[in-house]
Write a protein that binds this ligand. Structure first.
Ligand code: HEC
Length: 168
């Protein structure tokens, strides 16, 4: 015991007071942070479109979101080309009923509030004047992002690409 303590003291002096435990802790902290950042970035991107046929593990909500994204791309193209958007309100129902990967989400009041806010923005496209359509459309994209910030930050960059330039 004494010998190891003596060696320890010698080791500490040899390192000018910097204990290796401190260095190790710093290393572990940096490592843990790195893992966290990677994990957050990948959230909800695990099975992303790499397999077009889908993955058997994809949740109902994931499949619905891919469908919704395709719809939004069609709306974007219509808006960008000066056309109109006609959305069937029923196509939004599954947002509230599809089973998510994380079961806790489905029961969350926050999720349904973001969902309702999103629904309102989508339906506003149906009644928007041609002049306001691009700004309404971008508000709808913001409503996608608002929910994603809380529940699924992974695809936000991808969603941001759906925006159109306003005032064209
Ligand atoms: C009310 C919340 C909410 C709204 C609004 C919402 N999303 Fe999502 N989205 C989610 C959640 C939660 C997931 C993760 C689903 C899961 O893992 O089951 C998801 C997943 C996704 C994915 C990943 C699918 C994949 O391949 O893994 C994309 C892309 C996506 N959403 C795009 C959109 C777009 C585009 C809009 C708007 C047109 C939108 N979302 C609106 C909550 C929302």
């Amino acid at each position: 015991m004494l010998v190891t303590e003596a060696l320890w003291v010698k080791f500490k002096i040899g390192h000018l007071g910097k204990t290796p435990t401190f260095a190790l802790m710093k290393y572990l902290l940096v490592l843990a942070f790195g893992v966290l950042v990677v994990a957050c970035g990948q959230q909800c991107e695990k099975h992303s479109s790499s397999s077009p046929a889908g993955n058997p593990a994809d949740s109902e909500l994931t499949l619905y979101m891919r469908h919704l994204e395709k719809q939004a791309q069609a709306w974007r193209d219509a808006v960008a080309n000066g056309g109109t958007v006609a959305v069937q309100p029923e196509m939004l129902d599954s947002l509230f009923t599809a089973v998510p990967t994380d079961g806790k989400i489905g029961d969350s009041v926050l999720f349904s509030n973001f969902g309702l806010a999103f629904k309102q923005e989508v339906l506003a496209l149906n009644t928007s004047t041609p002049q306001d359509l691009s700004s309404h459309y971008n508000l709808m994209v913001t409503a996608c992002v608002n929910c994603h910030r809380n529940f699924c930050p992974g695809p936000i960059k991808r969603i941001e690409k759906l925006r159109v330039s306003e005032g064209i």
